[in-house]
Design a protein around this ligand. Structure first.
Ligand SMILES: NC(=O)c1ccc[n+]([C@@H]2O[C@H](COP(=O)([O-])OP(=O)(O)OC[C@H]3O[C@@H](n4cnc5c(N)ncnc54)[C@H](OP(=O)(O)O)[C@@H]3O)[C@@H](O)[C@H]2O)c1
Length: 288
């Protein structure tokens, strides 16, 4: 039995589909059982647990060959990351008590960075889970291609997409969530010892200009990428309701200044198969 958290989301869903296709039993770990109906219909066992509740997570992870951990996103964390720390304590405690045979935890490109930024939440998760007794894999994917969902409306309606990734011709490691979930499931089925880090990106690196040109091809009209000047970010993010914009700004700086990068050798980075155009076409059709 494989327990999958985040199964109602993009990556967790892809993990579960891959395991089910391989004939493996899946336990859907959800916080709202009503959202798990389609997984029950596919033959999954369903349990409810919240990622910050050690007791429910322990029950969810008991008796499993493997657990997939999808840490919830928090784009506006309080100073010191108390929310992430609560989740980390609950997840670590539950894994320790339940004792699954192995764990794959979704992390991120740049989890090794020393600078405090949004991704520090995953640095802390990696540190905490690294001392567990069972084999643990941290999967560090690049920037999700699906982040371009925010660009669909401006690309379609104005022909200009704002870019925080800069300069506009700088290639960024990006990957589709379908590849992330597929690789996570394959890793979960492997046998390994100790702690390992697996880095993952798509078939080729992507520039903001590539994103604009791909939208232009799909939409049939000109689309250009436009730099959002760094000195406007804080006021912009605050106007959008963020209370603590700095960690997100530092994350974007990290991509732009090359301190959020893959840690390992180029040859060791796993390559996904899904192309940017496939994802943008699907985002455009979902928005119609
Ligand atoms: N975006 C990027 O570029 C990028 C890059 C690298 C890594 N990542 C990582 O990818 C992850 C996001 O994956 P995704 O795109 O698949 O997310 P998603 O589609 O937004 O799905 C999030 C999942 O987490 C569940 N969830 C959220 N909060 C929860 C809680 N408190 N307790 C239990 N379940 C909870 C959601 O359940 P409900 O259905 O109940 O809401 C949903 O199943 C994050 O860990 C992020 O750090 C993102």
């Amino acid at each position: 039995m494989y327990a999958i958290t985040g199964i109602t989301g993009k990556v967790g869903g892809a993990v579960a589909r891959t395991l089910l296709a391989a004939g493996q039993p899946v336990r859907a770990v959800v916080r709202d059982a009503a959202r798990a109906r389609s997984w029950a219909e596919r033959g999954c066992e369903v349990v409810t647990a919240d990622m910050d509740d050690a007791a429910s997570l322990t029950a969810a992870f008991e008796g499993t060959q493997g657990v997939f951990i999808l840490p919830p996103s928090d784009f506006d964390p309080s100073p010191g990351f108390p929310g992430a720390r609560t989740v980390i304590d609950a997840v670590r405690g539950a894994l320790q008590l339940a004792g699954p045979e192995k764990v794959v935890c979704l992390s991120t490109i740049g989890a090794q960075a020393a600078e405090i930024n949004l991704l520090t939440q995953r640095t802390l998760m990696e540190q905490a889970l690294s001392t567990l007794p069972m084999p643990v894999t941290f999967l560090r994917p690049g920037w999700f291609m699906e982040n371009a969902a925010w660009d669909v409306a401006p690309a379609r309606d104005t022909g200009t997409i704002p870019s925080f990734l800069q300069p506009l011709d700088k290639p960024v490691p990006m990957v589709a969530t379908a590849d992330v979930g597929r690789v996570a499931a394959q890793l979960l089925l492997e046998v390994w010892r100790g702690v390992r880090v697996i880095e993952l990106e798509g078939p080729q690196r992507v520039t903001p200009i590539d994103i604009a040109e791909t939208f232009a091809r799909i939409l049939g009209h000109a689309v250009v990428a436009e730099v959002v000047q760094r000195d406007t970010w804080e006021a912009l993010f605050r106007s959008q309701g963020m209370k603590e914009p700095l960690p997100r700004m530092r994350m974007l700086d990290g991509f732009n200044e090359d301190w959020i990068t893959f840690e390992g050798e180029e040859a060791d980075i796993v390559k996904g198969a899904v192309e940017l155009e496939t994802i943008l076409r699907s985002l455009v059709s979902q928005a119609d």
